[in-house]
Design a protein around this ligand. Structure first.
Ligand code: SAM
Length: 219
């Protein structure tokens, strides 16, 4: 999962992960998190329309995305011309309304403060197992104690596909100490993902979790 892998994904337009609607689990559960008015971090954001929904709900949204084309397309489709400036951490901030999309590596993101809310759909599961603890540690370093987020995962039989997306199961989430985990919804959704059916997946279980940042330091 080196950056080049994702640049190739965007070059070849293999973006079956991108949805043309707002994710139903976001609509179903976001308001139950209790994070009205808080700034929201969206790691590995792609050009998801979910950021527009979060912004329309009154949040200031900060998405982090490696690929410039994803960010350009996000603003073109929103029919907005972003203001662009370079940040001290080297990421390029594209800003319009209450949405900031930062082009660059999530692991190099160094904000001035911490976030109190986050939304992870297809970010943790975009990483192979060997990278996921590093991802969660980085996410934990960016989220203030007591901060909350919505995490959406996939599970499917390991033998049926090489990720991404990678299956992430509850025991793996319970094995980390940075976030308290509560399951909110679980659905069989293979009927909605033609590109994964075509890849040979016969069962795809999508789960939404509430994550709450614990006091455990993220070193
Ligand atoms: C599976 S897609 C999910 C996008 C989005 N969350 C969605 O739901 O449509 C993962 C995205 O993360 C981006 N990405 C991968 N590694 C990254 C990294 N280290 N830093 C920032 N973005 C990254 C990829 O370019 C890709 O657009």
């Amino acid at each position: 999962m080196e950056p080049q892998f994702w640049y190739d994904i965007w070059t070849e337009r293999k973006i079956g992960f991108h949805r043309s609607d707002i994710h139903p689990m976001l609509r179903n559960h976001w308001h139950s998190l209790g994070c009205e008015g808080l700034d929201v971090l969206v790691p590995l954001s792609g050009k998801t329309l979910d950021m527009r929904w979060l912004a329309s709900e009154g949040h200031t949204v900060t998405g982090i995305e490696l690929d410039q084309r994803a960010v350009d397309e996000f603003f073109q489709e929103w029919q907005c011309q972003p203001a662009v400036h370079s940040r001290s951490d080297g990421l390029a901030d594209h800003h319009s309304g209450n949405i900031h999309l930062l082009v660059g590596d999530f692991f190099g993101f160094r904000p001035g403060g911490q976030f109190e809310a986050f939304y992870d759909r297809a970010a943790l599961i975009a990483m192979p197992e060997a990278m996921r603890a590093d991802y969660l540690r980085k996410l934990a370093s960016l989220v203030a104690e007591g901060g909350v987020g919505l995490l959406i995962t996939f599970e499917y039989p390991d033998s049926e596909m090489q990720g991404p997306p990678f299956p992430v199961r509850r025991p793996e989430l319970d094995a980390q100490n940075w976030f308290r985990v509560k399951q909110l919804e679980r659905q069989e959704v293979i009927g909605h993902y033609a590109h994964l059916r075509e890849a040979g997946v016969t069962s795809l279980v999508e789960t939404a979790y509430r994550l709450e940042r614990t006091t455990e330091p993220a070193r």
